[in-house]
Design a protein around this ligand. Structure first.
Ligand SMILES: Nc1ncnc2c1ncn2[C@@H]1O[C@H](COP(=O)(O)OP(=O)(O)O)[C@@H](O)[C@H]1O
Ligand SMILES: [Mg+2]
Length: 304
């Protein structure tokens, strides 16, 4: 499909091909792994209170891939840290398999944007760390670690140290470390945000492969619209300040996903919808208050 699709000839992002529609029907019949109900988060700092999340509610089904997007500062990291049990919340409920979340647990694995491997430990020993914390025997742990390193394609680097790895490889170790405890949910906060475009694209396909091969539900935060559409079954769109759910969009792009789909009508229609939600057109009043461009130096010429 050509890139120059006219806006008025676009399908609606709500239109779904029969295969996509029936996939969503099946997905919604699966058990609910994560349920967030009326979540509020207020930070109390020296400069007063910040309402970071307001009445956030949603459900995620087993083996679903949900992306969360929203403008910077809208509370995405706050939300995922609450789900991981690393941050308290002011009111509401977070349930994993119907049980309230009170602190971190083996049922949730987390991958952060920054590289968080222990530099003094090898790849293998970094992945082993989670198991050591959970008192798994050494021989069982070694078997588990080998299996997960193979899954992320790093078995040859088991004895390397983090400084010997590229950014993409470090994040693959971080994914293996998060998965080794066989969590129900993998929580990822802009995990590919620091990678170059090519590595990022490779990591996206790699993550989709992992997700297809194991029983895992993924909640993935990004501010990259293309990344969200390419990866997600559904996209939770948050509003700026305070973070409030605007819409939970069912991505109409069929699976399996491929790079060619970035130009498909479904993809473009979904992106247009996300752009409208995240960067709403400015009102006339807002446009009027734009500062005039000031010419600091009278160079007496015009740049072509
Ligand atoms: N520890 C904190 N103390 C006070 N305010 C915070 C803290 N962490 C985040 N905030 C505020 O909460 C809001 C949401 O932040 P965050 O969750 O990091 O947003 P995002 O990840 O979407 O960029 C922001 O206004 C931020 O300044
Ligand atoms: Mg953040």
């Amino acid at each position: 499909m050509s890139q120059h699709i006219q806006q008025d000839s676009l399908p609606s992002y709500l239109d779904q091909q029969p295969a996509v529609k029936s996939r969503f029907e099946r997905l919604k019949q699966r058990e609910v792994v994560l349920e967030v109900r009326g979540l509020h988060k207020i930070y109390e700092g020296s400069k007063g209170k910040t309402l970071a999340l307001k009445d956030v509610s949603f459900k995620t089904h087993r083996r679903e891939f949900v992306c969360v997007i929203g403008p910077s500062g809208c509370g995405k990291s706050t939300l995922i840290r609450i789900l991981a049990g690393l941050e308290s919340y002011s009111s509401g409920q977070v349930l994993v398999d119907g049980k309230p979340v009170n602190g971190p647990g083996r049922d949730r694995g987390m991958v952060f944007q920054g590289y968080t491997l222990f530099p003094w430990r090898t790849v293998k020993s970094n992945v082993m760390f989670g198991l050591e914390m959970n008192n798994v025997s050494r021989s069982e742990a070694a078997r588990e670690v080998d299996m997960w390193l193979e899954l992320v394609g790093l078995e040859k680097f088991a004895d390397a140290y983090p400084h010997e790895l590229s950014g993409g490889m470090k994040q693959r170790v971080a994914i293996a470390r998060a998965l080794v405890n066989q969590p129900r949910i993998l929580l990822m906060d802009e995990p590919f945000g620091a990678l170059d475009a090519q590595t990022r694209a490779r990591m996206q396909s790699h993550l989709i492969d992992i997700w297809r091969n194991i029983d895992i539900t993924i909640l993935f935060i990004t501010h990259d619209l293309d990344e969200a559409i390419h990866l997600a079954d559904r996209i939770l769109v948050l509003k700026a300040h305070p973070g409030e759910v605007q819409e939970l969009i069912e991505v109409p792009v069929p699976r399996p996903r491929s790079a060619e789909q970035f130009n498909s009508p479904e993809f473009i229609a979904t992106k247009a919808r996300l752009e409208a939600l995240i960067h709403p057109p400015q009102s006339e009043a807002e446009q009027l208050v734009h500062p005039h461009m000031i010419r600091l130096v009278n160079v007496n010429d015009n740049v072509e």
